[in-house]
Write a protein that binds this ligand. Structure first.
Ligand code: G16
Length: 539
């Protein structure tokens, strides 16, 4: 019996990156099955198709994969490719989907959110280009979840996910593959491994990569230690754990404190961390934090040192809240620079149409057209390749960059677990005010323009409205406000500040941005609405 009756379950609307909920929510009867069948029903066909499946190894990953296998077999898929141990980092999944032409892939992850029985789980569908499902696709999936009446699931012997090999279940071939090999091969096609190996083995360059007990451990060990010769203790927290060792696998100064301390105390030359599913990155020089917006701009400016990009970039893109440092590089290099809504899915069309090569987001995401996801380890290799080619330190490179382009001070303030109604009221009031803001001064800063960001995809003409409020000031400063689409409880308010300065290049960003923060309070009344005197997380 493969056909099972079911009924719609509320709240299965994918957010910025798939469906993310508490594990307990996913464990409800039929919850996973309804969503997976809704994905399959959104595909043109399943019969005979190839599907890639993997995840970041968090709690529920293995059980969910066995369920997906049973459903994929019952839905008639021809072949399933699954990472060994159920492990595929998000960029590796994208790489595998592109290498072995597939109708797409299912990636199980809640990214940088914590894992464990009481924490978060997630599921997202990536299309045949290897990128996150487009908005139109996620809308169809969501509609399907609201109308579902049955799902298909076979009763099968569990597949041994730990051994590389092939299995047959019904008419479906199931291939358990090495989680790292295809990705490592792709990296070797992009970068100058000889130069990076020479830098690392010369003995006077020391690095540390923090895998945060998450998915990148095996990838970093094979590439940084195995292929580039870094010492084995230079990759820390390298074993993927179901609960990420009880930590948030979120590569920022707060959650990757162990890395920051190690880099600074041991005087290391370079430090980096990645997140739960391996698509985010944070990079550090010695006692020197590199903001993701600056990292993106610098890598675009220095991309000529990297073999895969040495003949030039087609164009670049950033999400709207990301600082405009990238735009300055694009202007100088005469490149098109696109501004998209938050969410990696918006870069896919631009890459497929060969309009952009590099793109990134303030949320610790950097990537290129080598896959259709942001890629943490790729960003680390970009930096190592540039460091090897220039012989300069990360801090020197960044300071020289600011000397040429000026500095876009940037900071994001997050208010987590805010009451959803209070957040909605705040935005309703703010949106009503928007038309009246231009020409007025708040906390001494005069507003030049204020609007709500809307994006028209230049490739397919699709329109995405309501993508965040922007307030521009005559000083060149900008405030952006939006609600996160990745949280799992209450509302998370994100307030982004950026201010260009061509003269003063070494201020503390919180100091440089303080006037904008006062203006935000005067315009929006963040304290009044959220009841919070200060943000929970500052990046
Ligand atoms: C996801 C998306 C990113 C987005 C980030 C934050 O990243 O892939 O494009 O910038 O969420 O989104 P929000 O501000 O809506 O929470 P990840 O690494 O969590 O998959």
């Amino acid at each position: 019996m493969t056909l099972h009756a079911t009924s719609p379950i509320e709240g299965q609307k994918p957010g910025t990156s798939g469906l993310r909920k508490k594990v307990k929510v996913f464990q409800q009867n039929n919850y996973l099955e309804n969503f997976v069948q809704s994905i399959f029903n959104a595909l043109e066909r399943c019969e005979g198709e190839r599907l890639v499946v993997g995840g970041d190894g968090r709690y529920l990953n293995r059980d969910a994969i066995q369920t997906i296998i049973e459903m994929a077999v019952a839905n008639g898929f021809g072949e399933l490719i699954i990472g060994q141990g159920g492990i595929l980092s998000t960029p590796a999944a994208s790489c595998v989907i592109r290498k072995y032409p597939s109708c797409g892939g299912i990636v199980l992850s809640a990214s940088h959110n914590p894992g464990g029985p009481d924490e978060d789980f997630g599921i997202k569908f990536n299309g045949p280009n290897g990128g996150p499902a487009t908005e139109s696709m996620t809308e169809v999936i969501y509609r399907n979840t609201q109308q579902i009446t049955e799902y298909r699931k076979a009763d099968l012997e569990p597949v041994d996910l730990d051994k590389i090999g092939e299995h047959k279940r019904g008419a479906t071939l199931i291939r358990v593959i090495d989680s790292v090999a295809d990705y490592a091969e792709l990296m070797q096609q992009l970068f100058d491994f000889d130069a990076m190996r020479a830098l690392i083995s010369a003995g006077n360059f020391h690095l540390c990569f923090d895998a945060m007990h998450a998915v990148t451990g095996p990838y970093a060990k094979q590439i940084l230690v195995g292929l580039l010769g870094a010492s084995s203790d230079s990759v820390i927290n390298a074993e993927p754990k179901e609960d990420f060792g009880g930590h948030h696998p979120d590569p920022n100064l707060v959650h990757a404190a162990e890395l920051v301390d190690r880099v600074n105390e041991q005087g290391l030359d370079f430090g980096a961390a990645s997140d739960g599913d391996g698509d985010r990155n944070m990079v550090l020089g010695n006692n020197f934090y590199i903001n993701p917006c600056d990292s993106l701009a610098l890598l675009a400016a220095q991309s000529g040192h990297i073999p895969a990009y040495s003949s030039g970039l087609a164009g670049v893109a950033r999400s709207m809240p990301t600082s405009r440092a990238l735009d300055r590089v694009a202007a100088k290099l005469n490149l098109d620079c696109y501004e998209t809504p938050t969410g990696w899915k918006f870069f896919g069309n631009l890459m497929d149409a060969e309009r952009i090569t590099f793109c990134g987001e303030e949320s610790f995401g950097t990537g290129s057209n080598h896959v259709r996801e942001k890629d943490g380890l790729w960003a680390v290799l970009c930096w190592l390749n540039v460091l090897a080619a220039t012989g300069k330190s990360a801090a020197e490179l960044m300071q020289e960059h600011w000397g040429v382009y000026g500095r876009d001070y940037f900071s994001r303030h997050d208010y987590e677990g805010v009451d959803s109604d209070a957040a909605a009221t705040m935005f309703t009031e703010l949106k009503q005010k928007l038309p009246t803001l231009a020409g007025s001064a708040y906390a001494g800063l005069s507003v030049e323009q204020a609007d709500e960001f809307s994006y028209t995809d230049p490739v397919d003409g699709s329109v995405s409205q309501g993508q965040g409020v922007r307030i521009f000031f005559s000083t060149g400063g900008r405030i952006v406000l939006r609600l996160s689409g990745t949280g799992t409880s209450g509302a998370t308010l994100r307030v982004y500040y950026d201010q260009f300065d061509a003269q003063q290049l070494d201020l503390d960003p919180q100091v440089a941005l303080a006037p904008l923060m006062r203006a935000a309070e005067a315009i929006v009344g963040i304290q009044k609405h959220t009841g919070r005197a200060a943000p929970d997380v500052v990046t």
